[in-house]
Ligand binder design. Structure first.
Ligand code: ADP
Length: 230
């Protein structure tokens, strides 16, 4: 899948005295098998870009397309291709049992899964099977993050989007998130990680996009830089 943003601007509260330009004339294309690091200071537009890609907001100007199609015409088909973890995703938990929480997204997207699939995602994120019958609210922060990610993986997305995936995690948690991304990449799939701690993920990524005050300041092919030994 090819995602293309052409001359996209996002302007909040446009034409009011609190108008805020969050993204300004962004041109960005990427394939769903790329691994992208999205970096930039707080307020540079990273979360807005993720909301836009996940169709939670519309461009004020410009266009977004996937394989040449308008995602707003096929929102269900399009959104199902993404596994999106917003900041501190466990804050959105609402189920009494991990099993319900874990299967929610797949059911919502009507993606069939088996008990075996559940066990596979648990193994992938490094959670024991017995956790399924526990309350997600009683788990540690690191375990909760793993449940949130496992839930995303269960609906078999083509592309992952993680917004500050290591926020609030200890070193062990950070290493787990890295492992999950590594395995996802080994399966030929891609991801975009928005972070203000690029050093935690840079080695796993092929591309690094810098946002600065809502514009793309730099778009680096890390794989080319590595190949040339720079
Ligand atoms: P980042 O994720 O890089 O910290 P954001 O995308 O959250 O940046 O924010 C980009 C800019 O847009 C900021 O100036 C922020 O204040 C503004 N912004 C984000 N969401 C809204 C909103 N719903 N209403 C008004 N301004 C917003």
């Amino acid at each position: 899948m090819l995602i293309e943003l052409k001359e996209v601007s996002v302007i909040f509260e446009e034409s009011t005295d609190v108008e805020r330009v969050a993204l300004r004339e962004i041109n960005l294309s990427f394939s769903s098998n790329e691994s992208i690091l999205l970096v930039g200071n707080t307020g540079s537009g990273k979360t807005t870009l993720i909301y836009l890609i996940d169709l939670l907001i519309k461009p004020s100007r410009g266009s977004l397309s996937y394989d040449g199609k308008d995602p707003f015409l096929y929102p269900y088909e399009y959104r199902k291709k993404f596994g999106v973890a917003f900041q501190i995703p466990e804050r959105q938990f609402f189920s009494e049992m991990v099993e319900q929480e874990l299967t929610y997204a797949a059911k919502n997207f009507q993606v069939p899964f088996t008990q075996n699939d559940i066990e596979e995602v648990l193994e992938l994120v490094g959670l024991r099977k017995s956790v399924l019958q526990e309350s997600p609210f009683r788990l540690s922060g690191g375990e909760q993050r793993k449940v949130a990610i496992a839930s995303i993986l269960l609906h078999k997305p083509e592309f992952l989007i993680f917004d500050e995936p290591t926020a609030g995690l200890d070193l062990q948690g950070v290493l787990s998130v890295r492992e999950i991304l590594k395995k996802f990449k080994q399966n030929g799939k891609g991801f975009l990680i928005a972070t203000h701690e690029p050093e935690l993920f840079e080695d796993l990524c092929d591309r690094k996009v810098f946002l600065h005050k809502g514009t793309i300041f730099e778009d680096l092919r890390l794989s080319t830089i590595r190949a040339k030994g720079w």
